[in-house]
Design a protein around this ligand. Sequence first.
Ligand code: AMP
Length: 272
Amino acid sequence: MTEVVHTRAELAAALARLPRPHALVPTMGALHEGHLELVRRARERHETVVVSVFVNPLQFGDAADLARYPRTLDADVAALEPLQTALVWAPGVDDVYPDGEVSVRVDPGPLGTVLEGASRPGHFAGALTVVAKLFGTVRPESAFFGEKDYQQLVLVGRMVRDLDLGVDVVGVPTHREDDGLARSSRNVFLDDDGRRTAGAFAAALRRGADAGDDAVAVARAALADVPGLEIDYIELRSPDLGPAPGHGPARLLGAVKVGSVRLIDNLPVTLA
Ligand code: AMP
């Protein structure tokens, strides 16, 4: 049976009983196959896998987005049951932020102000701060993050390196629906038209990635014909999100709005 704990004291007591070292899979819940893939990968490496389920207010700029974010803890625990996850930690906001506010936050540096950071000011400071707190509380040997949130993955890796946090950060490829749409907890907000449009976004990014050097132009051209979709950005960068290299591995990243739903995705590209 997957054990579910809420408070820090319960977490500490459970961790003291479980085999170490252990892995952490941080999530905001509303678990789907993408999250489960992270857990499977973590389980391959460690007997003890802690899945945290916490919708972190600090990383939401928009109160309405935070309020409507899906919260499905019972279903999440049921989905984890077959994976023999040792522990689900589902803290309340008061457990994570007992003083209400944090006055010290992690500064993501210049990479926190581009791509997602440009559209969502303060998002990565909030996300990295909670990840640092989760690391400090759970003390995992390794932590698993999805390539779906590629900029977050890169920034967590950089935080661990720059601040010597001593956690092995493992990236896991994006899990997709049959039409290529990346699984996301926010996909439940798409109606039938929106779902088709979201599939077209994934397909356009795929065409761009296949086009190599012309990735951005090809992806944008493919999106030009898609009604009901607004491009936030389509950018080609190096794998560590610096400027795109002249040749070799690169990353194509995109964000669009489909109605009120913001979707992000990214793919590896090889430049000639
Ligand atoms: P979230 O609950 O959206 O904060 O995501 C928790 C973790 O799951 C993050 O590391 C995400 O990158 C990862 N994740 C979300 N969707 C996917 C997906 N489709 N494939 C792989 N990982 C994912």
